[in-house]
Design a protein around this ligand. Structure first.
Ligand code: GAL
Ligand code: ZN
Length: 666
């Protein structure tokens, strides 16, 4: 059982001394400290001020800022400033400008994240500035840790197709496959005459006349993800030498982001940090999902390095944030495993690209609402006992490589691995059932149920460990599009799902069906249920009836599905659900296979409620459900434990209207 330490949650801020006159810093630091802020993150975009000319370092101003914050009793997290190399460097090394894989165009400088991770000059320069700042402040007593760079992959800048990337990719391929026969076989290059006889012939996926080979594309995703993992690793090596093991190293990760394998990126960090921008998400459930994913990356507490403080400047409408909301967001993050929540940023800025973005203070330097709410939160936390988060009863698997293969060839524009995982999570969240998000190779011991969204890539080792979990009594729920792609992103020649999965699940997939979107979701016309695949509107609405004897059951036991459906052929499994119309009416849609002491469920369709009713009932997760609930699904209840092992319930009213809170659980 994992117990996460939530004893000392603290509040922080992103502070940019370079944006304000030095004379203002002491007042800022005092004001922030008054709101209960005890940590400030600095320097991630300050390379130009730290090294205004090649090799000419100016560190006095940061020395000064560190002193001011130390005096105010605010500790500091410093960042390596590599997210934006300064203009003089770009002029010296224009080759660092990335070539976008979506347009094939070389980008221009002037914003941020325009540099390619594989350009040697940029790597060397990063190495240089990191060494310099680490030597300067690595042992500073008020600097408690470091953030590497800032949000790798922000602004969709993960994949570059420049000449350096091409050479690096060719090398990466050589290292991975050893010889070209192996690569040609793994990629199926015989298709469209693409057999490679020399490593230098391997192209990068810049826009071409038609699609690139999907095997190359999947490896390019892996390569691009690795490029940033390695970029980070090189910095960590330099830093670690200077700062020793006492101080932490982290990086700030993004919501809804799947371009980098975050499990890999997290491996080299002491803990991950996360940037929590609620208005970039659909609601509190998606926020909780992303927070739980962050906790799951290393199965430990994390930091929120940037917390939305008020209105943003980068969503379509940037709505207001009602009073009290920032306080709830902060507590929600802590309840899901954040050890620190740092607001972005100290003050709404009067210069540059983000002038509409709220801060703790207003443009005029007086406290904004966030200031008062931060103060309130720090008072709340002072009153709270030390709390831990116990292992959840349910695990949800998340895998970046599965998401990539499905994204590269979705077959249905609406298909999204992220959305599928989120919908599973949401259904559990709405019932207030705690969830741990785990990698594919996680130790599943202790979980009552494990959900696996579309494990597309075949991995026999994973299947074997899932089988062991089921044999001793676990319940595994595997969703459609499972086990059909080899690691090279070619289709298996075995019945789906392959790699031992069909054995474990007791089914094979007879046919898979992509379902075009239904224009009026939620609308029912008498025509709809009778509608067939060949309907002239190209829609397909079929109903799922529960259990094998259930044809013609009343409407209420039926449900709708979208996007994807598979007709299952049981080998040893029992049918749970069948399709109620369409040309495959009566076809089996969901099954259970009893294996050892446990059960392996297969869900062949994407239901409007993604975990089918019968499976939900069989899993009996209701025991973890909080009985009294707000009808709108916006009351979130999180149960933590105090040091004596007593349950402490935290309740979040994510709704605007007042809720009458249920009696606390005993
Ligand atoms: C983050 C970024 C910050 C700032 C913020 C605005 O993605 O790390 O530097 O741009 O968004 O919301
Ligand atoms: Zn590049």
């Amino acid at each position: 059982m994992t117990i996460l330490p939530l004893e000392h949650p603290r509040l922080g801020v992103a502070y940019y001394p370079e944006h304000w006159p030095e004379s203002r810093w002491p007042q800022d630091a005092t004001l922030l400290r008054e709101a209960g802020i005890t940590v400030a993150r600095m320097m991630e975009f300050a390379w130009d001020k730290l090294e205004p000319r090649p090799g000419e370092y100016h560190f006095e101003w940061m020395d000064q800022a560190l002193e001011v914050f130390q005096k105010a009793d605010i500790q500091v997290v410093l960042c390596t400033p590599t997210a934006v190399p300064p203009p003089w460097f770009v002029v010296e090394h224009p080759e660092l400008l990335r070539v976008d894989d979506r347009t094939g165009q070389r980008t221009v400088a002037g914003s941020r994240r325009f540099a390619c991770a594989n350009v040697p000059a940029y790597q060397e320069a990063a190495n240089g500035i990191v060494t310099a700042v680490a030597k300067q402040w690595g042992q500073h007593k008020n600097v408690i840790g470091w953030q590497i760079d800032n949000e790798f992959g922000c602004h969709s800048s993960t994949r570059c197709v420049c000449d350096y990337c091409r050479a690096a990719f060719q090398q990466w391929c050589e290292q991975k496959y050893g010889n070209l026969d192996a690569l040609n076989a793994a990629w199926g290059t015989q298709f469209w005459s693409a057999t490679y006889t020399d490593w230098t012939q391997i192209p990068v996926p810049a826009p071409s006349t038609a699609a690139h080979n999907p095997s190359l594309l999947l490896d390019y995703r892996r390569f691009s993800s690795d490029s940033w993992v390695n970029f980070q690793r090189r910095q960590i090596e330099v830093l670690r030498r200077e700062i020793g093991s006492e101080r932490f190293i982290t990086h700030n990760l993004m919501l809804k982001f799947t371009d980098i394998d975050y499990f890999e990126l997290a491996r080299d960090l002491d803990f991950v940090s996360y940037d929590n921008y609620l208005h970039g998400m659909s609601g509190p459930a998606e926020a909780a999902f992303n927070l739980d994913l962050m906790r799951g990356l290393k199965n430990r507490a994390f930091w929120v390095m940037e917390q939305q403080p008020g209105p943003l400047d980068w969503t379509p409408f940037n709505p207001p944030v009602p009073p009290g909301q920032v306080r709830i967001w902060t507590h929600q993050a802590i309840a899901h495993g954040a050890e620190a929540v740092c607001y972005f940023r100290e003050r709404a800025v009067n210069i540059g690209q983000e002038q509409y973005h709220a801060g703790i203070m207003k443009h005029d330097g007086t406290p904004d609402r966030c200031w008062y709410e931060a103060k309130q939160v720090s008072e709340d936390l002072a009153k709270r006992p030390a709390l831990h988060r116990p292992q959840a009863p349910v695990a949800l698997m998340f895998d970046y490589q599965d998401s990539w293969t499905l994204e590269l060839d979705p077959q249905n524009r609406e298909f999204s691995y992220y959305r599928l995982a989120l919908e599973i999570y949401e259904q559990l969240w709405e019932a207030n059932i705690p969830v741990d998000i785990v990698p594919r190779d996680a130790d599943l011991g202790g979980y009552e149920a494990v959900f696996v969204p579309s494990p597309a890539l075949i991995n026999e080792k994973h299947t074997a460990s899932w089988r062991s979990y089921v044999e001793v009594g676990g319940r595994l729920v595997v969703m459609f599009r499972a086990g059909f792609k080899n690691q090279g992103n070619t289709w298996t020649d075995q019945p789906m799902p392959a790699g031992g999965l069909s054995d474990l699940l007791g089914v094979t997939v007879d046919e898979f069906i992509s379902i075009p979107p239904i224009p009026a979701v939620g609308m029912r016309s008498p025509r709809e249920t009778a509608m067939d695949w060949n309907d002239e509107r190209g829609m397909h609405v079929a109903e799922v009836a529960s259990n094998s004897s259930g044809f013609g059951l009343p409407m209420s036991t039926r449900s709708r599905y979208n996007t994807w459906a598979e007709i299952l052929k049981p080998t040893s499994a029992e049918a749970l659900t069948r399709y109620a119309d369409g040309y495959y009416k009566d076809g089996i849609a969901a099954t259970v296979n009893h294996v050892g002491k446990g059960a392996a469920y297969t869900v062949g369709y994407w239901g409007d409620s993604v975990i089918p009713r019968l499976i939900w009932q069989a899993l009996d997760l209701k025991r973890h459900e909080i009985a009294e609930r707000d009808s709108n699904g916006t009351l979130e209840v999180v149960r933590l434990q105090d040091e004596a092992g007593n349950t402490v319930e935290l309740r979040f009213n994510h709704n605007r209207r007042t809720l009458v809170m249920p009696e606390p659980a005993r």
